[in-house]
Write a protein that binds this ligand. Structure first.
Ligand code: ADP
Length: 596
């Protein structure tokens, strides 16, 4: 140990090496001592600062017009001198000038200073110890923290806003959904009311028509009888439509009370399917029935089961042109259900349509069918009725190969509500409307005898898939024209190519080739371009009319039309056609059509 060490510690060395940032000032603020740490933190050297005035060494950053470091420090030091007590300053931004060698620019720094007086024997201030802590990192962190906090705050507010909007949207959606439900209910109610209203006038049409049909030949001669038959058949069709609408709306409104009874399903189904046998024979389709007797009884609502079978069977007839329709009743593999399988070798259903096929009002466009009549209610009704029985219905189909509909209903009565097991009220026969409707489709697709030898009159090709309407229009025109009636657009086109007609009178919705497509084909076929065309449509909307007029139709007949209207329009267009032909003969040049 050296002598000097023994004589006492080297206070200067200790002070300078102390682990803190210290500066010692005289009351005049001249720097008289500085710790190494202070010098390092402020990027200064001891020989540069000792003996100099504090603010000469540490001036404000001249580039920072808001710098308050000098002013705050002076105020604190003044307080120490006056009050002779330590003074803790709030955190100061007091930028440090880098050494000249490093460019002499200022570096942002934040400090936490404490100024403490060192008093002399008389209590006077001899020195001021200026101790600082470099809190730049804390301040930066804090600033960063507050930016983050602000961001989090903002995000939270955005989130709250979004939540608010979501709640409002939800509210709106709920209101909308309630409104939709209400509209749906009103629509169902409207259907129910309208359907109901239709039934009275329909009854008053059917009754008298049946009375007329019951008369003998002397009182109702054959031509009149045929007209009455058309009216009668179509009143029945209207009744069937109205009944299914009514049924459907009642089902949807939950206003149907099924009456489940133990029924010999094999016998009932055989009887129902048998009604289609003659029709199938006429249409050249085999009807195959597989109906083994079931050992375990099934409980069904008789009327509803009839609806299910009739709908599936009449669809099969509608879409099948050759091959067979097979109706099978069997136990399911699980033995718990009875299965009704209606399989046809008809036009089939495109795969993308299969999931939609049981939706109400859903119809597949462009399917090859015996008729384009339909509302899209049949299968929706089947599904509702099957569901009421605690069962399910499914379909598999291959385009061009056929379709198979399978109805599954649990056997026994354990799954049914006790109060619904009761005898049913007597109900009118439902089979006839279905069978008569199918008969019309088959008639519609049977080949018509062509040419009736009444040449010399205007030759009119009539394309209409509804057999009754075809017969009716043909009768109206028979005295005036030679009518060749066909069931679809393609047949009309072929007939026109075979013999140039004076007029084509065509329906719009038809199988194979519809009216618009027929019109396009006629107008682009050089041999037929000049043939006058009248379109018969039930689409009274402007778009449909425009489509026909643009396509070059000469006139329109909108269903329902009167006999007078039909004859007037046909006569007018025939006259126009004759005038056009005459002009051409005189040499009027290439024909100009104006489509009106
Ligand atoms: P609609 O017969 O009145 O159009 P449905 O609800 O009975 O209404 O049938 C809906 C659609 O399902 C039909 O338009 C038809 O395209 C299709 N469809 C139903 N049964 C068959 C079938 N056996 N073969 C082919 N398509 C069918």
């Amino acid at each position: 140990m050296s002598e000097s060490e023994l004589s006492g510690p080297d206070f200067q060395a200790l002070f300078e090496a102390a682990p803190g940032l210290y500066l010692v000032l005289t009351p005049e603020l001249t720097i008289v001592a500085a710790s190494d740490a202070y010098l390092a933190a402020t990027m200064t050297r001891r020989d540069e600062v000792l003996g100099r005035h504090l603010f000469d060494v540490f001036p404000d950053n001249p580039d920072d017009p808001e710098a308050t470091g000098v002013r705050n420090l002076r105020a604190s030091l003044d307080r120490v001198l006056a009050e002779r007590r330590p003074d803790t300053m709030p955190v100061q931004k007091y930028d440090i000038r880098r050494p000249a060698a490093e460019g002499g620019t200022f570096e942002e720094r934040h400090w936490s200073p404490v100024n403490s007086p060192v008093l002399g024997p008389g209590g006077e201030v001899r020195y001021i110890i200026h101790r600082v802590e470099d809190v730049t990192d804390y301040v930066r962190l804090e600033a960063h923290g507050s930016v983050m906090a602000a961001e989090i705050f903002q995000r939270q507010r955005d989130l709250d806003d979004a939540n608010g909007r979501l709640r409002a949207a939800n509210h709106e959606l709920k209101a909308l959904s309630e409104r939709l439900q209400e509209l749906d209910r009103l629509k169902t109610q409207f259907f129910a009311n309208v359907s109901h209203e239709f039934r009275t006038p329909l009854t008053l049409m059917l009754g008298p028509l049946e009375e007329l049909l019951a008369m003998d030949r002397t009182r109702l001669a054959p031509p009149a009888r045929q007209l009455v038959m058309i009216a009668h058949r179509n009143s029945i069709r209207l009744l069937k439509l109205v009944n299914s609408l009514l049924d459907f709306s009642r089902l949807e409104a939950g206003r149907v009370e099924p009456a489940f009874q133990q029924v010999d399903l094999a016998a009932l189904t055989t009887e129902l399917a048998g009604q289609f046998r003659i029709l199938c024979q006429r249409a050249g389709i085999r009807l195959v029935l597989n109906m083994p007797r079931m050992e375990e009884p099934a409980w069904v609502d008789r009327g509803m089961w009839e609806r299910i079978v009739l709908n599936l069977l009449s669809n099969a007839v509608k879409f099948t042109f050759e091959g067979e329709i097979e109706v099978t009743l069997r136990r399911s593999i699980s033995q718990r259900d009875v299965e009704l399988v209606v399989r046809d070798t008809g036009s089939g259903i495109p795969p993308e349509e299969l999931p939609l096929i049981f939706d109400r009002f859903h119809r597949v466009e462009q399917t090859v069918a015996r008729s384009h009549e339909g509302t899209g209610i049949g299968l929706a009704l089947v599904r509702e009725l099957v569901t009421l029985h605690g069962g399910s219905v499914s379909v598999s189909s291959e385009r061009g190969r056929g379709s198979t509909f399978t109805v599954r209903i649990p056997l026994g009565a354990a799954h049914l509500p006790q109060r619904a097991i009761r005898p049913a009220a007597p109900a009118p026969d439902q089979t006839r409307p279905y069978v008569e409707e199918a008969a019309r489709w088959i008639e519609a697709t049977e080949p018509e005898p062509s040419g009736d030898g009444r040449r010399g009159r205007p030759y009119v090709i009539l394309a209409e898939d509804n057999a009754d309407l075809r017969t009716y229009i043909r009768r109206l025109l028979d005295g005036r024209c030679e009518v060749h009636a066909v069931a679809d657009g393609q047949a009309a086109f072929d007939a026109a190519l075979a013999r140039y007609p004076s007029l084509i009178l065509t329906d719009v919705a038809m199988p194979r080739l519809d009216g618009f497509a027929l019109l396009r084909k006629v107008r682009t076929e050089p041999a037929l371009r000049g043939v006058p065309v009248i379109m018969v449509t039930s689409r009274a909307d402007d778009a449909a009319l425009a489509e026909g007029l643009e396509g070059g139709a000469d006139d329109y007949l909108i269903k329902p039309f009167t006999a007078r209207e039909l004859i007037a329009r046909v006569t007018k267009v025939l006259e126009l056609g004759r005038a056009r032909e005459a002009l051409e003969r005189i040499g009027g040049g290439p024909e100009q059509r104006n489509g009106s």
